[in-house]
Design a protein around this ligand. Structure first.
Ligand code: ATP
Length: 414
């Protein structure tokens, strides 16, 4: 059948309108697709913004509470002295006096124990929180080492002292059954005394090394604190720390700073020092001889120590560490020259002979100085002449320092 051709008059032919509708539909579908895509994108954006909002709100809350905390007045730190009941507690503030105060209901009643540190509101002194007893040993100048590196072979001379120390510290820690069998209590601690630089610290570290014990070193003057009761608390914590790390050796250097003889106290400072000493004595009485915590005290001034410290049962042995004699000096020199390259002409016996009156620390300094002489002259080995020069130099420096200090505020090397 022949198809009738369309003329220009056929403007509104139904096919045209059909095509137009189709085009419009396709266009609208495309648009619809675009809008759907936009909607999906907007939804993801909204979700993202909502999570951002939550994050910022959390941040704002955190900053607000931080500002709040910064604005809040500081709390006083005190110690619980007595617990009357769950709501009433006697506390001692670090300034001294005791108060009967209330506690916050959020504090666990079991945490309230005498001796525990707590924080208190400034105005009402009510206990706000109980502080943990854990402390940072380093803050209080305590040195804690799990096993020092020095051994007996690093100690020159002092054979008798080493033997005594091994008997009093090493034996009870390593073979406690020997003491049980004989039926005696092993020594709790020993006191080393003698001039400075003679190896007291070295001995204590070596015994800790040999017994594989934790070495806790504290200097007596660090235990003297500004506030009442703080020194005693430090001593208590020192003992607690030692028990926790047992077997351990507590080494109290310069024990005369707290252990000086108690006379007529003149100031509250003196009384605080004596309170610290009392705590030390109580601590020493408090732990078992058979336990695995031992104390080694060291002092250059045994003459001023309190008799209470010197009685048996506290420091059971008092060992003098004297200045080394010629034999001692020779073995110390041998130890300190172990790693030094020596020339053939070096005669350490001669060096020991010319260093009369020198302590271990001086001899170590002489060896180092002799090495410096060799380096200065670009040699690889140290000669006898270097040692002699070094001995003279160390003597001279040392004497000059001694003169400077003794003509100043007081004699330094008493
Ligand atoms: P202070 O009383 O001043 O604390 P101290 O008696 O504790 O002194 P140490 O700190 O033990 O003396 O010694 C200082 C240094 O001197 C040691 O590190 C060591 O190098 C050396 N020294 C002292 N005595 C000896 C020794 N007998 N054998 C080997 N080295 C020693």
């Amino acid at each position: 059948m022949a198809v009738k051709s369309r003329t220009p008059d056929d403007a509104f032919h139904p096919d045209d309108s059909y095509r137009m509708v189709l085009e419009r539909l396709t266009e609208l579908e495309g648009r619809n697709q675009e809008l759907r895509e936009e909607l999906r994108q907007s939804k993801t954006d909204r979700q993202y913004l909502e999570t951002q909002k939550v994050r910022y709100e959390r941040e704002v809350r955190k900053l607000r509470s931080e500002i709040e905390q910064m604005r809040s007045p500081p709390l006083i730190v005190g110690t619980i002295a007595d617990v009357i009941d769950n709501t009433r507690v006697v506390v001692r503030s670090s300034a001294g006096p005791k108060f009967l105060v209330r506690t916050s209901q959020f504090i666990n009643a079991e945490d309230l124990k005498p001796g525990v540190r707590c924080t208190m509101n400034q105005q009402t002194l009510a206990i706000v929180e109980v502080l943990p007893s854990a402390y940072d040993a380093q803050v209080y100048g305590m040195e804690v080492e799990s096993r020092p590196g020095e051994s007996y072979s690093d100690i020159g001379g002092l054979q008798r002292q080493v033997a005594e120390l091994r008997e009093a510290i090493e034996l009870p820690l390593k073979k406690p059954h020997l003491f049980e069998r004989v039926g005696i209590l092993p020594p709790k601690g020993i006191l080393l005394h003698g001039p400075p630089g003679t190896g007291k610290t070295l001995l204590a570290r070596a015994v800790a090394h040999e017994t594989e014990a934790t070495f806790l070193r504290v200097v007596g003057s660090e235990l003297v604190q500004k506030y009442i009761g703080e020194g005693a608390r430090l001593v208590r914590e020192l003992f607690e720390n030692a028990k926790k790390n047992a077997p351990s050796i507590i080494f109290i250097d310069e024990i005369d700073a707290i252990g000086a003889s108690r006379g007529q106290e003149t100031s509250s400072g003196d009384r605080e020092v004596h309170r610290t000493l009392m705590q030390l004595l109580a601590g020493m009485d408090g732990f078992e001889s058979r336990g695995d915590v031992k104390i080694i005290g060291a002092t250059n001034r045994i003459d001023i120590l309190d008799m209470a410290l010197l009685r048996p049962g506290r420091f059971d042995r008092i060992i003098e560490i004297p200045l080394p004699d010629v034999e001692g000096r020779l073995s110390i020199l041998k130890i300190h020259t172990k790693r030094i390259t020596l020339a053939d002409d070096v005669d350490l016996k001669k060096v020991a002979g010319i260093t009369e009156g020198k302590n271990g620390a001086d001899l170590a300094a002489i060896c180092m100085e002799a090495g410096m002489c060799a380096i200065r002259e670009e040699r690889t080995a140290v000669t006898q002449d270097d040692f002699e020069k070094a001995a003279r130099k160390v003597t001279l420096d040392f004497e000059r320092n001694r003169m400077t200090y003794s003509s100043g505020t007081g004699t330094m090397f008493a």
